[in-house]
Design a protein around this ligand. Sequence first.
Ligand code: DX5
Ligand code: ZN
Length: 222
Amino acid sequence: MSDQNYIIAPSILASDFARLGEEVRNVLDAGADWVHFDVMDNHYVPNLTIGPMVCEALRKYGIKEFIDVHLMIDPVDDLAQNFIKAGADLISFHPEASKHIHRSIHAIKDKGCKAGLVYNPATPLNTLESVLDDLDLVLIMSVNPGFGGQSFIHNSLEKIAQVRKMIDNSGRDIRLEVDGGINNETIGLASEAGADTFVAGSAIFNTENYEQTISELRSKIV
Ligand code: DX5
Ligand code: ZN
């Protein structure tokens, strides 16, 4: 799905929302690969963030890079379509937030957008087997979704390793993303377990020099 082996995807949840366009431009110019766009509805998760209008505004501002939309919302389908219109490149959602997972995936893919499924620390992987071949990305949460700045849950490493095996056995080009508590210490563990795409919010946006932070993170990938 991507020429690059490893993707760094800063979560804009930790950015300065008052200067969002500038923050996104700066972090991409500093070497980030994707923009990770966290959507929360105060229903599926106990927090409320940003919707398709903000995604569209980033496109209008001139952001042409890959926008990785992480939906933490229930229901999924209507807003997913709105995000496609707003310029999302990939939309991932939590399987328990959709009644018909296969339908939700294909409603996204039919519009030419990439699709991913997201698993929380306590969500079993049993839904993955039947739809893995349809996916462009699997996202393993290493925190419970809803907030930035939480500590990495180490049990997620086992889940990453399990999904890595499933992806390798499938022989398909599917990215394995990890999200939550990624920093200089945990990025190495997640990559060792098999992740190739790394979301980091506070570890990047709470520092002064994004370029230095991103290259440090990249250097810890094993
Ligand atoms: C949590 C979000 C994450 C979050 C990551 O629900 O999905 O993307 O912003 O933030 P950090 O890297 O600070 O844990
Ligand atoms: Zn996220």
